[in-house]
Design a protein around this ligand. Structure first.
Ligand SMILES: Nc1ncnc2c1ncn2[C@@H]1O[C@H](COP(=O)(O)OP(=O)(O)OP(=O)(O)O)[C@@H](O)[C@H]1O
Length: 296
C-alpha cells in the first residue's frame, strides 16, 4: 500500500541551524496522524516539506508515492492549511468558494456550502473582516472541499473556540471515514490528538523521537511502581523511557513487547499523554533515563 508520507534521512537546514534532521518515517495511508512536539521542534518544517513549500537540504520525501508538488495532478491531491490560515482579505466568503471551485478539479461545492452554513459564516462577508477563528474555519472548509487525498494541517484548531474545535475535529473524523483521506495535523493539545488520531509522531529538537500506531503505543507502554531507585531490577527487555523517584518509591514509564511478570514492580496502564510527555522529556541519546523529579 502506498504510504501517505514517506521520508528518508530527510533534513532541512536554515543557515547553520537544522530545523529538521535525519527524519525517516513511513506513515500509512488512511490514517489520522498527530504531529506533536515542543515549540521549534520542526513540525511546521516537516509539513511544509510535505506540501512542497520547502525543498529538503538532504534526504528525500514522498507524498502519496510521489515527490511533493511536482505538478497540477500532485498538487490537487494534497491540501495544506498553514499555521496562520491565510485567506484573501478583500475577497468575500462566497468569492473564496468560487475561487476554490475554479482552481480545483475535484471541488465539492455542496460540501463547501453545507460547512459554511453550519459554521454560520455570512457568504457576503469579506475575509479581512472575519475573526481569526472564522478565518481558520474558512481555510479549513476550502482545504476539505478540495477533496484531497492528504490533508496537512498546521495547528488547525488553535484559534477555534472549544465548541468549534470539537465540531471541526469531529468533521475531520467523518471526512476520513467517508472518503479515502489521510490527515497529518500538528497540535500542542494532546487531548485533541488522543480523541481523533490513530497514529502519532513526536518531534523533539528537529528529530523524530517516537512514531507509531496509537493502539500499539498504548499496548507497549506501561507504568511500573517499585522500590526506590532500583533500576537494575528492571528486566532488560523493558526499555525505561522515563523515571521519577521519591524516598518511598520509583515510578517508571517503560516500553516493552514482552509480558510484565515476576518482578517486584507493580504495573499499570498509561494514557497517550504520559507516553508523549515521557518521550519528550527523555534526553536524546542518553543511555540512562532522566530523573523527571525528585521529591524529598
Ligand atoms: N524561515 C526560517 N528561517 C530560519 N529558521 C527557521 C525558519 N523557519 C523555522 N526556523 C527554525 O527551524 C526550527 C523549527 O521550526 P518549526 O517552525 O518547524 O517548528 P515547530 O515545531 O512548528 O514550532 P511551533 O510549535 O512553535 O510552531 C526552529 O528552530 C525555527 O527557529
Amino acid at each position: 500500500m502506498t504510504a501517505a508520507l514517506q521520508t528518508y534521512g530527510l533534513g532541512k537546514r536554515y543557515g547553520r541551524r537544522w530545523a529538521l534532521s535525519d527524519c525517516t518515517l513511513r506513515i500509512p495511508a488512511g490514517r489520522v496522524v498527530g504531529l506533536i512536539g515542543p515549540n521549534g521542534a520542526g513540525k511546521t518544517t516537516l509539513l511544509k516539506l510535505a506540501a512542497g513549500q520547502l525543498a529538503p537540504t538532504v534526504g528525500g520525501i514522498e507524498v502519496l508515492g510521489h515527490r511533493p508538488a511536482t505538478g497540477p495532478a500532485q498538487l490537487s491531491r494534497v491540501s495544506f492549511v498553514a499555521q496562520h490560515t491565510p485567506t484573501y482579505p478583500d475577497l468575500s466568503v462566497a468569492e473564496h468558494l468560487r475561487m476554490g471551485a475554479g482552481l480545483n478539479p475535484r471541488w465539492d461545492a455542496g460540501l463547501a456550502r453545507e460547512r459554511i452554513g453550519r459554521i454560520g459564516l455570512d457568504p457576503g462577508q469579506r475575509a479581512g473582516k472575519l475573526s481569526g477563528g472564522q478565518r481558520a474555519q474558512l481555510a479549513l472548509v476550502m482545504a476539505v472541499a478540495k477533496r484531497p487525498e492528504l490533508l496537512l494541517l498546521d495547528e488547525p484548531v488553535a484559534a477555534l473556540d472549544p465548541l468549534a474545535r470539537r465540531e471541526f475535529l469531529q468533521g475531520l473524523v467523518e471526512a476520513t471515514a467517508e472518503q479515502e483521506l489521510s490527515v497529518v495535523l500538528s497540535s500542542h493539545v494532546i487531548a485533541d490528538l488522543e480523541r481523533i488520531c490513530d497514529y502519532l509522531v513526536v518531534l523533539v529538537g528537529s528529530q523524530v523521537r517516537l512514531a507509531g500506531d496509537v493502539e500499539e503505543l498504548l499496548a507497549t507502554h506501561h507504568r511500573l511502581i517499585g522500590p526506590p531507585g532500583d533500576l537494575a531490577a528492571v528486566p532488560e527487555e523493558h526499555e525505561v523511557v522515563s523515571a521519577s523517584h521519591t524516598d518511598r518509591q520509583s515510578t517508571l514509564l517503560i516500553r516493552t513487547t514482552v509480558p510484565i511478570a515476576g518482578t517486584a514492580w507493580a504495573a499499570g496502564r498509561v494514557g497517550l499523554e504520559d507516553i508523549v510527555l515521557g518521550h519528550m522529556s527523555r534526553s536524546a541519546g542518553l543511555a540512562d533515563p532522566p530523573l523527571l523529579e525528585v521529591q524529598q
